[in-house]
Design a protein around this ligand. Structure first.
Ligand SMILES: *[C@@H]1O[C@H](CO)[C@@H](O)[C@H](O)[C@H]1NC(C)=O
Ligand SMILES: *[C@@H]1O[C@H](CO)[C@@H](O)[C@H](O)[C@H]1NC(C)=O
Ligand SMILES: *[C@@H]1O[C@H](CO)[C@@H](O)[C@H](O)[C@H]1NC(C)=O
Ligand SMILES: [Zn+2]
Length: 974
């Protein structure tokens, strides 16, 4: 950070004092860990009352550990696979394969452990593999081979020892199922011209490469891959790099891919399909692949337009050229996550890559730009340099989630992308990180072992908190320093792997080499506070004295203690210890906080808060001034003020809100509502932050307001508060609705600005849901017109979600069936999603129940869409109890399908419990936890704990705040 950056003198001396007590903090931080650990240990003490299965017996045999031993190191794999795209005689889709791996012995051993899951391996003289030595070395004979299925190992025990420094070739032949399970090597189906098409595709991350061929399936075990695919003549085979040669006979093609760069198993990919592609004449070898119809329809054009510029942007940003010779982007009809950054062959959900200007909304377009940017960012950060183990996943995903906005902003400079991070990362992260059931960004590697534990790492905390914390780091270092350290880090670890502190080392070096940038502590010390302890601070500024202080922000601060009280599974001394530790812990929650701030009449400034509380005289202001902190929302913390300053900020908003930056207007709203939810400020103060919305025309503050108000809707739409709240909001949104009526020539066009188009959607949906005159008449007449002429949908793509939902909610069976028909016919994925979510808006219970049943039938709702469809239904007031009953009744089914691997599973749990706010619902949740303790909650374990905590907090909050909320809305409604 160049000029304008300083540490206040007062704080600089405080820093020296603090250095002395740094040791104390380190001890305190390790207490956080011990608490986390003992929490878990306590869970295991009584398996019958705990949701977590008992720990397996500890064993010292290497095959009973989830991590591979460090005795062997892979060099390269030769893999040939032949997927059959028709059923075999047993009615099964299968693939066959042969695979060899050349590995070096690092430490003397008579044991080979290699991952292999769900593959049927051929026997050679009674053993599942063959072993030969290289360059004249004789391999020891195989004694026995067997499967450790829980740890997913093929275990090979040898008669003699492998020799350090020598290389060996391990060869296997196998058959696997080409299932429709979205994992490993799997199949996807779609209809084209009335014909069912089957394609073979992959998803290896995190632990599914072992389901395609035996391999040392850990990210740090990088190797070179020679892949060969055998496939039908009329199909194309793709992999991480270009096909080198093709051999054909009468019925089959053999496509041989040259050696890849050294890379991790989870980034390997291959596809066999009859897809088409488009490409641009450029040096990066960019191609966009999709279903033939979608490509002919031009749906890949937008992705093609932005991919190359984004790649060029990242080459500059990382100061490293694109490491591969081609970059394929492929849209798949069945895909579990949003997209996957396979090196050189990025796979996407159709909605994340395909754009049809006639039917897709501008929100769909923005999603494509950000997802493409996110995945391309990984080509360097994650793929070229890979984190050694999944415990550091947050750095990989947090990083890509941060820089995706930089890449998208480069491709679409008029979209205000960088500001949108506060909505899509910062505020989203705050929501889960303010719970006591949150967890630190960084985990110890010993804590992440099983496939479920690994998938649980793919969480909001890893992505969104990771992004917010890295953005803060980049801003206090300044972007040039950040980029310099980053570039050097990539150079040092290219084609290798690292741990998070390696990045800190390089950033620190960049700081040391840049005159003018001074930090109060090292990058390590500052960042440890943010990554080793969970949560974040609320900064309180008292403008009467200039006092600035910090405190761990929790929505329900008493929760930990209470929680442990009711759980009588603790031995008593441990319980007492835990409670006293909690008290100590609240003291130890301190961060080194870079605070940018401004005064009403003055330039902006920055200070570091390095302790619990400090005096900062410039923040003491007179009665006609105010202080605004976390300027441009560059820091990961909330801000509270003395009441006088709040009042002055509120009157500034009402008199001339534009003096306050757009993102800060959004942050004032979000902070105020959350401080009120934590009972730190009065709820009426938070509600008053929405009064200025009468004048607000910007997207980001409206979206922030809408989310907080939605939360209110969910809390109150079953109570008497609802009517008064509706009346107030109707009054607030009316000017916005009228404003867009005018600029869109009475809703016949859309606003020209990108984010203005988002605001226009908010105006329409909020106006319709609060009953602003003329709104529902509009949307329902549009939908009716479409029903009368199904081949000519004249509803603007941006407005379709709102219009469909509103019309289906107001209608009955006829509207629903029409929507369902249109959903089944949709050829553009983005359009299908709009209909799929709108179908959940009906108020007719039997329709909702039938729709829920459809989620268990992949012919009706694809497996990739099942959990989100249930989530849509659960957000409907009528659908919520139905969805909850449905999920409980079919728990075993959903758990079996989604529970262990996929991270959509935790979404399912949080979606169906999102509305919970009564003691009865809480008791149901706890009962559910108890009843399914045996099946367990897999990757949804955290989500369930969060649901219980959130419900508990809401019950308490409602008891205290419902009445004042009702009174306030009554006093403010017309
Ligand atoms: C576990 O809990 C059950 C039910 O509360 C109780 O009956 C049992 O004694 C407990 N077992 C142990 C080992 O504490
Ligand atoms: C693996 O494949 C490469 C490329 O085709 C070849 O050069 C090499 O000899 C193969 N290795 C073994 C052990 O077959
Ligand atoms: C693998 O073997 C098992 C047991 O014989 C069999 O049920 C399964 O269908 C086989 N899988 C494949 C893909 O052949
Ligand atoms: Zn990612």
């Amino acid at each position: 950070m160049g000029k304008g950056y300083y540490i206040s003198k007062h704080l600089a001396t405080a820093a020296m004092v603090l250095a002395a007590i740094a040791l104390v903090t380190i001890i305190a931080l390790s207490v956080v860990y011990n608490r986390e650990k003992s929490k878990n240990a306590a869970k295991f003490t009584n398996a019958t009352t705990s949701p977590v299965p008992p720990t397996p017996k500890t064993s010292n045999e290497p095959w009973d550990k989830y991590r591979l031993p460090d005795t062997l190191s892979p060099e390269y794999y030769n893999v040939t696979l032949w997927p059959r795209l028709v059923k075999n005689v047993n009615g099964m889709y299968i693939f066959t394969g042969i695979s060899g791996v050349m590995f070096t012995c690092v430490k003397k051993t008579d044991l080979i452990l290699i991952h292999s899951n769900k593959l049927n391996l051929t026997l050679f003289k009674g053993h599942h593999a063959k072993l030969t030595g290289q360059s004249g070395v004789t391999a020891p004979a195989i004694k026995t081979t067997w499967f450790q299925t829980e740890k997913q190992y093929l275990v090979i025990q040898l008669e003699g020892k492998l020799k350090p420094g020598k290389s060996y070739w391990l060869y296997t032949e196998f058959t696997g199922e080409l299932a429709d399970d979205l994992e490993g090597f799997y199949r996807s189906e779609y209809m084209e011209d009335g014909e069912k098409k089957i394609i073979a595709i992959t998803q290896m991350q995190a632990t599914y490469a072992r389901k395609a061929f035996p391999c040392f399936d850990e990210p740090g075990m990088k190797a070179v891959f020679h892949i060969t695919l055998i496939h039908d003549l009329e199909t194309t085979a793709l992999s991480n790099i270009m096909g080198l040669e093709q051999h054909e006979n009468d019925i089959l093609t053999r496509t041989i891919f040259g050696p890849t760069k050294k890379m991790s198993t989870y980034l390997v990919a291959f596809v066999v399909s009859d897809f088409k592609y488009i490409s641009a004449k450029d040096k990066k070898g960019v191609r966009i692949w999709a279903r033939k119809k979608a490509i002919e329809d031009g749906q890949g054009d937008y992705a093609l337009k932005i991919t190359q510029p984004i790649l060029e942007f990242f080459e500059k940003y990382y100061n490293t050229s694109y490491p591969l010779s081609k970059s394929d982007q492929i849209a798949l009809p069945d895909f579990n996550s949003g997209a996957m950054e396979n090196w050189g062959l990025v796979t996407y959900r159709e909605t994340a890559l395909l754009y049809d200007p006639r039917t897709s909304a501008n929100g769909n377009k923005q999603r494509i730009a950000t997802v493409v940017s996110h995945e391309l960012a990984h080509m360097w950060f994650g793929n070229l340099v890979t984190l050694k183990w999944w415990n550091d996943l947050w750095l990989n995903e947090g990083f890509a989630s941060y820089v995706e906005y930089l890449g998208a902003d480069y491709a679409e400079p008029n979209w205000n992308m960088k500001d949108q991070t506060i909505l899509y990362d910062l505020q989203r992260a705050f929501a889960v990180d303010s719970l006591t059931s949150s967890h630190p960004l960084s985990r110890k590697k010993e804590e992440v072992n099983t496939p479920s534990e690994i998938s649980e790492m793919f969480s909001t905390i890893s992505y969104s908190k990771g992004a917010a914390v890295l953005k803060m780091l980049s801003e206090f270092l300044t972007e040039p320093v950040f980029a310099k350290g980053l570039g050097n880090y990539l150079k040092q670890f290219a084609f290798g792997s690292s741990v998070h502190s390696d990045l800190w080392d390089h950033l620190q070096k960049a700081v040391d080499q840049t005159p003018g940038v001074k930090l109060p502590y090292s990058v390590h010390e500052i960042m440890n506070r943010w990554i080793l302890q969970m949560g974040f601070p609320v900064i309180t500024i008292d403008t009467r004295t200039g006092n600035v202080s910090q405190k761990h922000f929790l929505l329900e601060p008493d929760y930990v203690v209470k929680h442990h009280h009711c759980n009588i599974t603790f031995p008593d001394p441990l319980k007492t210890l835990l409670i006293s530790l909690t008290a100590v812990l609240n003291l130890s929650y301190e961060w080194f906080v870079p605070i940018k701030w401004m005064k009403k009449h003055q330039v902006q400034d920055q200070l570091w808060l390095l302790q619990k509380s400090a005096l900062h005289k410039p923040m003491k202001v007179s009665k006609d001034e105010w202080v605004l902190a976390n300027l441009h929302v560059s820091g990961y913390f909330r801000v509270n003020y003395d009441l006088g300053n709040w009042e002055r900020l509120l009157s500034q908003l009402e008199s001339d809100h534009q003096v306050i930056p757009v993102v800060n207007r959004a942050q004032i709203l979000d902070d105020a509502f959350n401080l009120a939810r934590a009972s730190i400020i009065n709820i009426t103060l938070a509600l008053r932050t929405t009064k200025y919305l009468l004048h607000e025309r910007e997207y980001i503050p409206w979206e922030a307001a809408l989310r907080n108000l939605n939360y209110f809707f969910q809390l109150f739409d079953r109570s008497e508060v609802y009517g008064a709240m509706q009346a107030y909001l109707k009054k607030q949104v009316k000017p916005l609705f009228e404003y867009f009526g005018i600029i869109s020539s009475n809703w016949t066009t859309v606003a020209s600005g990108h984010t203005d188009q988002f605001t226009q959607i908010i105006a329409l949906s909020l106006a319709c849901s609060t009953g602003v005159e003329g709104c529902r008449e509009l949307t329902r007449s549009w939908f009716k017109k479409w029903m009368q002429n199904p081949h000519n949908n004249t509803i603007h793509p941006n407005l379709r979600s709102t219009v469909y939902c509103d019309a289906i909610a107001a209608g009955g069976t006829e509207e629903w069936n029409f929507g369902w028909q249109m959903f089944q016919k949709a050829t553009v994925a983005a359009e299908a999603v709009k209909l799929r979510s709108a179908l959940a808006c009906t108020k007719v219970p039997w329709l909702l129940n039938r729709y829920l049943e459809y989620t268990m039938n992949p012919e009706k709702i694809r497996k990739q869409d099942a959990t989100s469809t249930i989530g849509y239904i659960a957000s409907n007031i009528i659908g919520q109890p139905l969805a909850w009953d449905f999920v409980r009744a079919n728990w075993d089914y959903f758990f079996k399908l989604y529970g262990t691997g996929s991270f959509t599973f935790s979404r399912l749990i949080s979606d169906v419990t999102y509305r919970f706010c009564t003691p009865f619902e809480l008791s149901q949740l706890k009962r559910f936890q108890k009843d399914n303790a045996e099946t367990g909650f897999g990757s949804g374990t955290q989500a369930l704990q969060q649901a219980i905590e959130k419900t508990t907090a809401k019950i308490k909050w409602l008891a205290e705040n419902k009445e004042p909320v009702l009174q306030w809305f009554l006093s403010e409604s017309p």
